[in-house]
Ligand binder design. Structure first.
Ligand SMILES: C[S@@+](CC[C@H](N)C(=O)[O-])C[C@H]1O[C@@H](n2cnc3c(N)ncnc32)[C@H](O)[C@@H]1O
Length: 392
């Protein structure tokens, strides 16, 4: 077993490697955020976590395992809680594996770096973080701004208690509160910056109301297709306008904004009979974060949920419509059912996207106002606008 000194020195070396990788990828440019990532010990916040064994089963890792530190400092999301149940980690350790849906994690460092840089903070800024989780991101904020400027909230009181202790153990005492972050945290408002490390279906107006005019809100939209990391500049009152960032962020949703897909429905649709026809579009074009079309597909197909299982992409809508796309030996086919032909809609959206010049995510923007929220292409008052609904 490594001594504390050995752990610290290996951790420092791994942190240096992570920081260099983030810089090389163009995700970390501000020297003050660089210093935060280089100094803050992520391993203090991740003494134990889950690792995926299959798409729905998890194994448990802890600080006694050989690869623990290497995993902690890999540029990877590390799941720390399943189904809101703190006992699952022990069960996974005993049984080898458990199934479950992640309900808390330490986000991927790359996406944390993108969001923190997008905040564009200045010394003295007061910041609210929604989604304390492990406390690691709050520690980065404390390093940059001083703990007195940082408030962090999480809906899960158990997580907040543990994160508060771990933050204090490395010398940070920000305001940590167990509350529903959808309402912001009024006692320490107004904030210069609000950052949400879970995803929201629509941007809560409370966040804008609690941010000073000219302040910034950074959050991910919880859209089933295309997600969308947005940076909003706040105007007077609970309103603002901003851009979709070029880099994508996928986060677990705010608990009230979760959308669970029924596994039985997925098995039924995987086997549902019906005529298949050829298509030129593949799963990689329609539903992969790497595809430049994916964001537009999400706008054109509100409420359509993608489920990728092995060799098949399913698109499912709660109105009962579905499409099953399959690729084998270079041939792409699709089968559709229900009241609408979802794949026909995907193909029409793809043609429209090509006609618009194949816009990438950074050509889209967002307007948030009490009267409603919209995503738009190029101009807030232009012809291409899509409503952002609270739950699609
Ligand atoms: C991806 S984790 C946050 C990671 C965290 N920032 C870190 O550095 O470890 C998302 C967190 O959002 C929290 N959450 C979900 N719904 C919430 C809500 N309504 N209000 C506040 N927090 C919420 C979850 O409990 C979870 O801990």
């Amino acid at each position: 077993m490594a001594t504390k000194g050995e752990v610290e020195s290996t951790a420092r070396r791994y942190r240096g490697r992570l920081v260099r990788a983030l810089e090389r990828d163009g995700l970390l440019a501000d020297p003050r955020w660089r210093a935060a990532f280089a100094d803050v010990p992520r391993h203090e916040f991740l003494p134990r976590f889950f690792q995926p064994a299959t798409p729905s089963a998890w194994t448990a890792t802890d600080c006694t395992d050989d690869d623990w530190l290497a995993q902690v400092y890999a540029n990877r999301v590390l799941v720390t809680q399943l189904d809101g149940d703190p006992e699952r980690w022990t069960a996974a350790r005993e049984r080898g594996q458990v199934r479950g849906v992640p309900t808390s994690s330490s986000s991927m460092p790359a996406i944390m770096a993108v969001m923190l840089e997008a905040l564009d903070t200045a010394d003295g800024d007061r910041v609210l973080e929604i989604g304390t989780g492990t406390g690691y991101n709050a520690a980065l904020l404390c390093h940059r701004l001083g703990a007195g400027q940082v408030s962090t909230v999480d809906i899960d009181a158990g997580l907040v208690a543990v994160a508060t202790e771990r933050l204090a153990a490395i010398g940070y005492r920000p305001t940590c509160v167990a509350t529903d972050g959808a309402k912001g945290y009024l006692p320490n408002a107004p904030y210069a910056r609000v950052v949400c490390t879970c995803a929201v279906s629509a941007v809560p107006l409370h966040w804008l109301a609690q941010t000073r005019p000219g302040g910034v809100v950074v959050t991910t939209l919880n859209r089933p297709l295309g997600a969308g990391l947005v940076r909003i500049e706040v105007g007077d009152g609970p309103a603002g306008q901003g851009r979709v960032l070029a880099d994508d962020g996928r986060f677990m949703p705010l608990r009230a904004h979760r959308r669970l897909v029924d596994e039985r429905l997925v098995s039924t649709l995987r086997a549902a009979p019906g005529p298949a026809r050829d298509t030129e579009l593949t799963a990689a074009t329609v539903a992969s974060p790497a595809s430049p079309f994916e964001f537009f597909a999400g706008l054109a197909l509100p409420g359509v949920v993608p489920v990728s299982t092995e060799d098949v992409l399913l698109l499912i809508h709660r109105d009962g419509s579905w499409a099953r796309q399959h690729s084998a030996s270079g041939r792409h086919t699709v089968t559709q059912g229900g009241p609408r032909r979802i794949w026909d809609e995907v193909e029409r959206a793809y043609d429209q996207w090509r006609g618009l010049g194949r816009p990438r995510r950074c050509r889209f923007g967002i307007t948030v106002a009490p009267a409603g929220q919209e995503l738009w292409l190029d101009r807030p008052d232009g012809p291409h606008r899509w409503p952002v609904s609270p739950i699609e």
